[in-house]
Design a protein around this ligand. Sequence first.
Ligand code: NCD
Length: 326
Amino acid sequence: MARRAPLDSATDCNGFAPLAGKHLLGIEGLDRPCVEALLERADAFADLPPRARLDHLNGLTVFTVFFENSTRTRVSFDLAARKIGASVVNVPISTSSIKKGESLLDTALTLNAMHPDILVMRHPNAGAALLLANYVDAAVVNAGDGRHEHPTQALLDALTIRRRLGRIEGLNITICGDITNSRVARSNIHLLSILGANLRLVAPPTLVPPQISAMGVECYHDMAAGLAGADIVMLLRLQQERMQGAETPSQREYFHLYGLTAEKLALAKAEALIMHPGPMNRGVEISSELADDVERSLITAQVEIGVAVRMACLESLGAPLLGRAQ
Ligand code: NCD
C-alpha cells in the first residue's frame, strides 16, 4: 500500500512542485514519480477536515474558463482553489464576447492581459489547452479538451481506487462505454497503465478508436468477456454531442448490451466496485439500482476526492510562482 503523507505535511507546501513551472495538459508524458507525488499530496489533502483552509496560494489568481458545460469539474476546481488560498475568477463564457465571434486566441490574449496565475480551461476542441498554453503567461490546466484528455479526472479516479483498495498495481480495471469520444478514457488509459493496472475496454465496435491497440489495452465487444475477473468497472457516458452519426443503437438496446446491471456485475469479481465520472445516465450505461448501491459504487467518493486532487495540482503549479518551491 502506498505510504500516506502525514497530515501536517499537507499544511506545509515547501518543496512540493512535481509540475513546477509547467502546465497540466494531459497525463501522457507524465512519469510515475510525478504522478505518485501528486497522488500522495492529494491523499494528504483528502484527509484534512472538510472546513480546512490553507494559505499556500495566497496572492495568486485562478481563472476558470469553461467553453463546455460542467457541474462537478468546475465547482471542484473553484472550491479547490479557494481552499488552498487562491482568488478565483469564473469567466462566464455563455455571456462573454466569445458569443460575439471572438476567437479562442483573442480571448486568451484578453484574459492574459489581466494576469491570471493559473488558467483552468475546458474546451470542445482537442489541443485547445496546448494552444492556450502557447499564448498566455499563466500555467494552464486542461479541464477537458474535446476527446483528448482530462488529466485531473484520471488522477481523482486513481486516488479513489487507491484509497479504497490500497493499490492500483495489478488490479483488473474494465472501462466500459463510449471510448472513442471520451477524454476520461484516454487519460485513464495513460494513467492506470503508468500505475501498473491490467486494463480492459468494453464497447460496441463503433465506439472504439481504431488505434486503441497501440495503447496496450485489451478490447472486448462483449460485457461477459470484458467483466470477467474485474476489480473495478468504470462506466462512461455516451457522448452524443461528439458523435457524427449512428454510432450507437437505441439507448434501450445499448442498455441491454452494455448497460451495467446487477446481473452483469455478477460476472466481475464478487466484491467489484463501480465508478463513473458523471454525469451519468441511469438506464443507459448503468441501472438506477447500481447507481445508488453505496456498497459497490464509488461515484460520490470520486467527486469528493476530486477537490483534494485539484488542490494538489493547483498547488504544484502555483507554489513555484510564489517562490515557495522550485
Ligand atoms: C466528463 C467530461 O466532461 O469529460 N465529466 C466530468 O468531467 N466529470 C465525462 C462526461 O461528460 O461524460
